[in-house]
Each structure stands twice: as structure tokens, then as C-alpha cells.
Design a binder for this molecule. Structure first.
Ligand code: NAD
Ligand code: UD1
Length: 338
């Protein structure tokens, strides 16, 4: 298939473009590079040995989208394009709702005008809020999000579901990611946060490479075995492969489907620190800090639906996740800026 990958220069998008190319799909990247670097295109080309078509464009720009859809024969869209910094979304809710919601509405409008009615959407475990039960299946009711970013995911799930219900020509697959970490084995593409990392693994790797002094552990009084927050970390390459499997489902006219993409295993913050130290041989100094607003005790998936219906399951364990995150950071201490 020929796939438009919106946000394809980002962390998950770039890894997905590699896996799509390796599975024999053609890809067209659309990205405004607001949170990524154009250098990633050359890196993807080096990994895959294929020329990658890309457009520097914004999903809010209807004219630019019209041109791309008129020129390229697109079969399906994988939609990663969005803003994702939780704390920033609390400060700038309008910007988040505009970029993520208005952007998606614009993209979907141009898609339907061009008869492209297949979409895979990047959702998040954040839609479960403080989950009603653990492990979280897709039947777990959606919850109250604690920030505008989370609400954009929850609302976009609803919008895309309603569009599919009204027009059965649409195939909509909502993928709820747990906590993606790791990087491609080549160590040439990976997560490239701007400023101070919000998420755990990029903070740890920046401590390891000497860019930050110590990790702050946000709370050790949670209701978990060691008191620190427990999450379902998933290797980004496994996550990327989940999209290739979801495309196969689209080819079977799936209608509306929702899948958790996680490993089903929960690790605490301290587990991650210890595993990273073992994998890298680098000591990570840390200090216990107050809880971060909006955090929950425990979040991990039951990903058995994806296994049964997509034939997908995560292959990499925590060791590979830590090794590959470290290789990327060590080889690229300043991300794509070197
Ligand atoms: P990312 O920021 O690395 O990638 C997103 C890409 O979209 C970036 O390259 C950015 O430049 C681009 N983009 C943003 N707004 C755009 C716009 N208006 N027009 C065109 N391009 C635009 O983030 P990621 O970690 O790769 O996440 C990809 C998607 O998955 C996001 O929608 C994110 O919310 C979702 N998600 C991520 C995680 C995670 O932990 N990384 C977890 C759950 C869901
Ligand atoms: C965060 C987002 C969530 C998003 C997910 C995946 C928040 C509140 N939630 O989830 O919406 O879908 O990322 O991108 O930001 N931790 C530390 N020190 C740090 C960083 C994190 O102790 O410097 C802890 C956190 O308290 C948490 C765990 O590490 O227990 C994981 O944190 P993080 O990587 O930010 O992911 P989530 O909080 O699960």
C-alpha cells in the first residue's frame, strides 16, 4: 500500500516508516518538523536503502494537504501528527486543541474528499484516566483525563468513531500506546526531546550521558511494590510493527477497531533505573521528589486483543529497551543536532 505518514519524522513515526518500508509498503512523510528534524529523513533512507518522499507541511494547511493528496496516490493514512507534552498542554490548551483537533479534522476532510477512508490513529493509554481495573483491556471504560493533551486523544477517538459509524466505507483503527521507549538497533534514530525531557527514559539517558545531574523520582509513596509509579514500557520498534499489522487489518475492511499496544508487564521507576544501569554499565544517581500532578500508581495493559486479532505481540524485553535507548543517546548525545 501507499501510506501517508503524518508526523512521520517524529519518534514513533520514523520507526514506523522503517518498518513499513521493510514490509514492502511505500511511504510518504508529511511533517511540519515542529518537534522533529529533517535529518531524520536521511537516517531513515540509510537504514532502509530506499528514497523517502517527504513534504514539509502542516495538517492544518488544507491547501497543502489538497496538493499532496492530488499528487500522491494514497491508500491509507497513519496519523502521528500532534503535540504531546502534557505539562505544556495545561499552559497552552488552545494550541493543543487547535493543532490536534482542528488539524485532524482538516486532515480527515481532505482524506474523504479524495476518497481515502482508511486511518490508523495514535491514541494513548491516557484515555483510560485512572483505570477502573488493571491490567487494562480495551473494555475498560475511558476515564477523566487530567490534562488537555489527554482530552485531545479522548475526543479524537470519539470523533473518528462517529465518522466511521456514519459512513461504513471508513476503516478506523485506534491504537492506544502504553509507554514507548527504546530505539532502532542501528542507534541512528530515536527519541529527541527538546528542552528538559518530560518522560522517564529520555531523562535517564540524559543523566547517563552527562547532560543532567540526577534523576528526580516523582514520589515513592504510591500503592506499588516499591512505592514508585508502575508503567507498561514498550519498545518503539515493536510499537512500529503493530502499525504494519494494523494496516493488514485495514486491508480486510476492519471497520472500527481499538487495540492496546503494550507488553502487559509493569515496571516501577526504580526497576527501570536498575535495568538501565545493568544494560549500560552507567550508574544513575537519583533523588526522591514530590509526586507529579496527574500521575497514577499503576498502568499496564492486557494486550491480548492485539495478539488474537492482529497477530501482534511485543518481542523485545526491558533489557533490549534499555540497551537500545542507551545506544541511541550515546551515539547522539544532542539528538539530531550533532
Ligand atoms: P513526536 O513529537 O516525536 O512526533 C510527532 C510528529 O508530528 C513530530 O515530528 C511533529 O513535528 C509532527 N507534528 C506535530 N504537529 C503537526 C502538524 N500540525 N502538522 C504536521 N506535523 C505535525 O511524538 P511521538 O512520540 O512520535 O508521538 C507520535 C504520536 O503518538 C503523537 O500523536 C502522540 O501524541 C502519540 N503518543 C505518543 C506517546 C509517547 O509516549 N511518545 C504515547 C501515546 C501516544
Ligand atoms: C506520560 C503522560 C501520558 C502519556 C505518556 C506516554 C503525564 C502525566 N502523562 O505518562 O499522558 O501518554 O507519558 O508518553 O505526563 N517519572 C519520574 N521522573 C521523571 C519522569 C517520570 O519519576 O523525570 C516517573 C513518573 O512519575 C511515572 C513514570 O516515571 O511514574 C513514567 O513517566 P512518563 O515517562 O512521564 O510516562 P507517564 O507518566 O506514564
Amino acid at each position: 500500500m501507499r501510506i501517508l505518514v503524518a508526523g512521520g519524522a517524529g519518534f514513533i513515526g520514523s520507526h514506523t516508516v522503517v518498518e513499513l518500508a521493510e514490509a514492502g509498503h511505500e511511504t510518504v512523510i508529511l511533517d511540519n518538523f515542529s518537534n522533529s528534524s529533517e535529518k531524520v529523513i536521511g537516517r531513515i533512507e540509510a537504514i532502509t536503502g530506499k528514497k523517502i518522499t517527504f513534504y514539509k507541511a502542516d495538517i492544518l494547511d488544507k491547501g497543502a494537504l489538497e496538493e499532496i493528496f492530488s499528487k500522491e496516490k494514497i491508500d491509507a493514512v497513519i496519523h502521528f501528527a500532534g503535540l504531546k507534552a502534557v505539562a505544556e498542554s495545561v499552559q497552552k490548551p488552545w494550541e493543543y486543541y487547535e493543532n490536534n483537533i482542528a488539524g485532524t479534522l482538516t486532515l480527515v476532510d481532505v482524506m474523504r474528499k479524495h476518497g481515502v477512508k482508511n486511518i490508523i490513529f495514535s491514541s494513548s493509554a491516557t484515555v483510560y484516566g485512572n483505570p477502573a481495573f488493571i491490567p487494562i483491556t480495551e473494555e475498560c471504560p475511558k476515564g477523566q483525563c487530567t490534562n488537555p493533551y489527554g482530552w485531545t486523544k479522548s475526543m479524537l477517538e470519539q470523533i473518528l468513531s462517529d465518522i466511521q459509524k456514519a459512513d461504513k466505507e471508513w476503516n478506523v483503527i485506534l491504537l492506544r500506546y502504553f509507554n514507548p521507549i527504546g530505539a532502532h538497533k542501528s542507534g541512528t534514530i530515536g527519541e529527541n526531546p527538546s528542552g528538559v525531557p518530560n518522560n522517564l527514559m529520555p531523562y535517564i539517558t540524559q543523566v547517563a550521558v552527562g547532560k543532567r545531574e540526577e534523576l528526580g523520582v516523582f514520589g515513592n509513596d504510591y500503592n506499588t511494590p516499591d512505592g514508585t509509579g508502575v508503567r507498561d514500557y514498550i519498545h518503539v520498534v515493536d510499537l512500529a510493527k503493530g502499525h504494519v499489522k494494523a494496516l493488514k487489518k485495514i486491508e480486510e475492511n476492519a471497520g472500527l477497531k481499538i487495540y492496546n499496544l503494550g507488553t502487559g508487564i509493569g515496571y516501577s521507576v526504580i526497576d527501570i533505573v536498575k535495568n538501565f544501569e545493568e544494560a549500560s554499565g552507567v550508574k544513575i544517581p537519583y533523588a526522591i521528589k514530590p509526586r507529579r500532578a496527574g500521575d497514577i500508581d499503576t498502568c499496564y495493559s492486557d494486550a491480548s486483543r492485539a495478539k488474537e486479532e492482529l497477530g501482534w505481540e511485543a518481542e523485545n524485553g526491558i533489557r533490549e529497551m534499555c540497551e537500545d535507548s542507551w545506544r541511541w543517546q550515546k551515539n547522539n548525545p544532542n539528538g539530531y543536532e550533532d
